[in-house]
Design a protein around this ligand. Structure first.
Ligand code: HEM
Length: 459
């Protein structure tokens, strides 16, 4: 029988992924399917956090709805998270919502399932281990210095979100392709348009709709990347970067991955690591500016480490407080609010029936904003420290997801954010321009609404 965390306390039918257990007598979770076709999509995309919280208060931690084209069950809390992580390829598989399914490359790691997914993860894994990041620390450091110099000479104030986006994009290009010939500003603009299309409420492919503009941006981006990949294909020996591994991979018949698959993967990796890291880094800058006592403790820690020369994995490890701050930023405002799966059979969870083919939502934000966290509404990096260790129980702290689909780039993101924030804290100061709206955009990604206007200077 498949792993089921709730078996000790509930009868088999109450939470069973076992196809031999009859679940047909169980009720559907409480909730509403909303309007025909549209369901409750508009309310969801207007403010997904509010949408989920209101229904959670009404129905509890498991409820149903109909959003982004499919019936869906939202489930919130560590136990639900563990049930979802354990269900991958057993009673669940990955399925993005309709707009993303059309705009994300069909053969990318985020779209494929089963053994093909495992195999692709194995291919990518060596480039994303913590140890592999050693090689990138000096390169990220050099890029941060260069970008910070540009920020100093920019007209003040400026939108930190845009500035961070340019930096993060260049870092990703270096990691994935070892390249700096890519026009980062141009690509970053296309990315923004593409990413907006991925989360369009309706995948209406006509010009001037969000989806239509996203589709056009995806096409343009692919046309830009194709000659770069074609040039790399001609090399007798591939450089040891992610693109090199994708191009060197051979199947059991000695055939390489089709070029379209390589492009799908490259685009997906650029997408997956882009807005997520931009959001976390921008919110880190925002929260450090709003909590001067936290910034001061970071500065004190940096003073002790700074004398030891350029950054390395070892020096980054000697900054536990900075890591606590980064972790707490991602608990407080998770860059990814949730993720979707689809049931591959009728299953039961929490005494409810979830029919085959329904979406299931992993609630990252919902889980981070309630017990067992103490005073979850407070920004409090000490909760991540060794004394309180609130993030410890499995399924409680999940900014990078979990299970077989846990974020491929989590070490990369953590190391990148540690390098960026360490150098910012040491050498620079930034003031938030008064009167701006710092609240996070409610959907799809919680960037500060006005782009985080800052005045940036050397310390
Ligand atoms: C702060 C930064 C980041 C956050 C918060 C984040 C978060 C996440 C989450 C929650 C998932 C799981 C989605 C699911 O369960 O369906 C995920 C998956 C993924 N992430 Fe990240 N991510 C970040 C940075 C990155 C970076 C830098 C990369 C690569 C360059 C990356 C590549 C991926 C990929 C490829 C997947 C799909 C994995 C799969 O389906 O097997 N992410 N990420």
């Amino acid at each position: 029988m498949a792993y089921d965390l709730t078996m000790e306390t509930q009868s088999p039918a109450e939470s069973s992924p076992d196809p031999s257990v009859d679940v047909s007598h169980l009720p559907l979770p409480p909730g509403s399917s909303g309007l025909p076709l549209l369901g409750e999509t508009l309310a969801f995309v207007r403010d997904s956090g509010k949408f989920i919280e209101e229904r959670r208060r009404l129905h509890g931690d498991v409820f149903r709805s109909h959003v982004l084209g499919d019936p869906i069950v939202f489930m919130i809390g560590p136990e639900a998270n563990r049930w979802i992580f354990a269900g991958e390829n057993k009673y669940l598989r990955n399925r993005w919502h309709r707009s993303a399914r059309k705009l994300l490359g069909q053969q990318s790691v985020a779209m494929i399932n089963g053994s093909a997914h495992l195999e692709r993860r194995r291919l990518l894994a060596p480039h994303f281990t913590y140890a592999a990041m050693r090689h990138f620390v000096p390169r990220i450091e050099a890029l941060v210095h260069r970008h910070c110099e540009q920020w100093l000479s920019a007209a003040q104030p400026f939108k930190a979100v845009d500035a961070v986006r340019a930096l993060v994009f260049e870092v990703a290009i270096v990691l994935l392709m070892g390249e700096s010939r890519v026009d980062a500003a141009y690509m970053s603009r296309l990315f923004k348009q593409w990413a907006a299309g991925l989360f369009a409420a309706v995948p209406l492919d006509i010009p001037f709709t969000t989806f239509g503009r996203g589709a056009a941006a995806e096409k343009e981006m692919r046309e830009y990347l194709t000659p770069l990949v074609a040039e790399r294909e001609k090399l007798a020996e591939q450089p040891p970067d992610t693109l090199g591994s994708l191009l060197s991979a051979r199947d059991e018949h000695g055939r390489p991955l089709p070029r379209e698959t390589v492009l799908d993967e490259l685009q997906l990796l650029l997408f997956a690591g882009h807005d997520t890291t931009v959001t976390a880094t921008s919110n880190l800058m925002m929260l450090l500016a709003r909590y001067p006592e936290v910034l001061e403790r970071c500065r004190q820690e940096q003073q002790q480490v700074a004398e030891k020369g350029p950054l390395t994995l070892e020096s980054l490890r000697a900054m536990p407080y900075l890591h606590q701050v980064i972790q707490e930023v991602m608990r407080f405002i998770p860059p990814v609010a949730g993720a979707f799966r689809v049931t591959t059979q009728d299953v039961a969870y929490g005494g409810y029936r979830i029919p085959k083919g329904w979406q299931v939502s992993l609630g990252i934000r919902g889980t981070h904003q309630r017990a067992p966290w103490t005073s979850p509404e407070r920004f409090d990096p000490d909760r991540m420290g060794p004394e309180r260790n609130e993030q410890k129980p499995q399924g409680v702290y999940i900014p990078f997801g979990g299970g077989p689909r846990v974020c491929v780039g989590q070490h990369f993101a953590m190391v990148e954010m540690a390098v960026v924030s360490s150098l910012l804290v040491r050498g620079y100061q930034w003031e938030l321009v008064p009167g701006q709206d710092l609240s996070p955009i409610p959907f799809p990604i919680p960037l500060p609404r006005d782009g985080l206007l800052v005045r940036f200077s050397r310390r």
